[in-house]
Design a binder for this molecule. Structure first.
Ligand code: ATP
Ligand code: MG
Length: 564
């Protein structure tokens, strides 16, 4: 990650931070946090929040904490905690020793709740969940006071201790803030602060607690206890900000962080809700959280996206307060930009067609050279063994074609990349009229030189049949066939928009021999085909497996453009 770029005020949150620094607020400190709930893997939306929070800390000499918001133990687990840590690190950010859990503060949160009860600002309520909902009112109808609202402080303290001690069943009682049942903001109508949950084993606190604090109560206090200065969250929390401030104003916390909201990232052709992503995994629509089609960080890593390109994308989309849906093409642009500069070039034949070069000596092997990168000499060269039999891609041959077809046709010539010009003399077919082999001849004078007296425009890739290595190549397409599968329309569920053709597995590919020595996760440009990476989950298994990261060009935008 480059930390040497000048700090520019690229969005309104950075402007607030700069103004606060200039105004001497918070003794010149900048402290942010990234607060995931460990109930799923991180996705590209989280990456936006990570880049924003960690990015501000880095650029303004501040700190950013990683804090797990773990107040919903029944949906959370340690696998998610570990995956989230790995993903944040992979994106290039470090929380040093500032790893926290909201559950670290359970005892303090309890004490603060007692403080609220003591000052008459919280009470134990025995209404059922359904009754609480009824009493809450609506946007147009004010709520009604709970009959338990005026319990004495002593009674409240006593009941709250007994809640903690496990004397009451789930759902029988809650602790509520005493604010205003007629508030125009429904979040302020005596929101629940604590609920009872027996029989869950919390991944951090085990069976120590049977009452759990609510997010809206936990979050501001956790922020204050950590000395956060700017508590950045997504827009849906805007209406919760009065409650955030109320909590901080009514308990004796050391400071009062400022909540700032921005709009969440929505990406076309995918879903971003953790509930839905969990369903895709648990119902087997994808291979797992790290399926390369998933919008998760783990999926993108496995697909071959680099952390730098994800950070670049997050920078490009900007941070605002307006809701929008970003085109997948923008993310792919950042991915391509990076790979174009950094991925070594290789040759891989996806749909092999055998070519026998009849005038090339049977046992001869020439070690030809190919540049690893056409613009970057420092990346060096690799050896390409050339032999009498090679494979080319079926798509690069036509028995007959118009002159627009610049590849190989019967009787025509083409250059094999980094090698010779060949001519197709004869087409061999099977009983079904399927082309199974081409007999060609090569021109020995054309290695690194133009042929005498004629122009050969086409260049195609190839792999030696004798030295090439078999590989499986997975071609991915969008997971959904609708740009906004999430939006409810015609009563359809997002799963009805799953693209049935999002994965094509090619099992008969042949790749250049050097690729056998690639390492899992390594990225390449397969010339003329796209960017690919060695699959990291299948690692060094018996079969070489490559994932297509992205095509060379944005074919989707063109297809969509044509439909308009
Ligand atoms: P879900 O609603 O699907 O459960 P979440 O927003 O609750 O997801 P959290 O783990 O609570 O997920 O999110 C951690 C942080 O990441 C929060 O600050 C949240 O605002 C932010 N975040 C989540 N999704 C996005 C998104 N699509 N774009 C930007 N920030 C996001
Ligand atoms: Mg959340």
């Amino acid at each position: 990650m480059s930390s040497d770029h000048p700090v520019v005020v690229t969005n309104f949150i950075r402007k607030i931070v700069e103004d606060d620094l200039k105004g001497g607020r918070n003794e010149g400190r900048i402290a942010t946090r990234f607060p995931p709930e460990p109930n799923g893997y991180l996705h590209i939306g989280h990456a936006k929040s990570i880049c924003l929070n960690f990015g501000i800390a880095k650029d303004y000499n501040g700190t950013c904490n990683l804090r797990f918001d773990d107040t919903n133990p029944h949906k959370e687990n340690i696998e998610y905690v570990e995956a989230i840590k790995e993903d944040v690190r992979w994106l290039g950010y470090d929380w040093d020793d500032r790893l926290f859990y909201a559950s670290d503060y359970f005892e303090q949160l309890y004490e603060f709740a007692v403080e609220l009860i003591n000052s008459g600002k919280a009470y134990v309520c025995d209404l059922t969940a359904e009754e609480i909902r009824e009493y809450r009112g609506t946007l147009t109808v004010p709520g009604k006071d709970s009959p338990y609202r005026n319990r004495s402080i002593i009674e409240n303290l006593n009941l709250f201790v007994r809640m903690r001690n496990g004397e009451f069943e789930d759902g029988s009682r809650v602790l509520r803030a005493k604010i205003d049942m007629a508030s125009p903001n429904i979040n302020m109508r005596d929101p629940t602060l604590y609920r009872i949950r027996h029989g869950v084993i919390h991944h951090q606190t085990g069976e120590e607690w049977c009452i759990y604090p609510m997010y809206d109560y936990t979050h501001p206090i956790s922020d204050a206890l950590e000395g956060i200065t700017h508590s950045i969250c997504t827009l849906e929390f805007e209406d919760h900000r009065p409650l955030y401030d109320w909590a901080l104003d009514n308990v004796s916390v050391p400071c009062h962080p400022q909540q700032i909201e921005f709009s969440r990232l929505n990406l076309q052709y995918t879903v971003m809700s953790k509930r839905k992503l969990t369903e895709l995994v648990s119902e087997g629509y994808v291979e797992g959280w790290d399926d390369p089609r998933m919008p998760t960080i783990a999926g993108m890593r496995r697909r071959g996206y680099s952390p730098a390109s994800i950070r670049d994308f997050c920078e490009r989309i900007g941070v605002t307060k307006s809701e929008n849906s970003v085109e997948m093409g923008m993310l792919e642009y950042s991915v391509r930009e990076y790979l174009n500069a950094h991925a070594p070039r290789r040759m891989a034949v996806l749909h092999p067609l055998k070519v026998v070069i009849t005038n090339y000596p049977e046992d001869q092997v020439e070690n030809l050279e190919g540049a690893n990168h056409p613009q970057d000499e420092a990346m060096g060269v690799r050896t390409l063994p050339f032999t009498r039999e090679v494979y080319i891609d079926r798509d690069d041959f036509r028995e007959e074609a118009s002159s627009k077809f610049k590849r190989l046709v019967t009787g025509g010539e083409v250059r094999l990349r980094n090698a010779y010009v060949i001519r197709c003399d004869e087409v061999v077919k099977d009983a079904y009229d399927e082309v199974i082999e081409l007999h060609c001849s090569y021109d020995p004078a054309t290695l690194g030189a133009n042929p005498e007296g004629r122009k050969v425009k086409g260049v195609i890739h190839w792999v030696s049949a004798r030295f090439g290595v078999p590989a499986e190549i997975r071609l991915y397409d969008r997971l959904f066939s609708h740009p906004t599968p999430d939006a409810t329309r015609d009563g359809k569920n997002y799963k009805e928009y799953i693209n049935p053709d999002s994965l094509h597995t090619l099992t008969q590919c042949i790749v250049e021999p050097g690729l056998a020595g690639s390492v899992p996760g390594e990225s390449f440009q397969f010339e003329r085909e796209g960017y690919f990476c060695r699959d990291s989950r299948l690692g060094t298994g018996p079969v070489l497996v490559f994932n297509r990261t992205v095509t060379l060009r944005d074919s989707w935008t063109r297809i969509e453009g044509q439909q308009d």
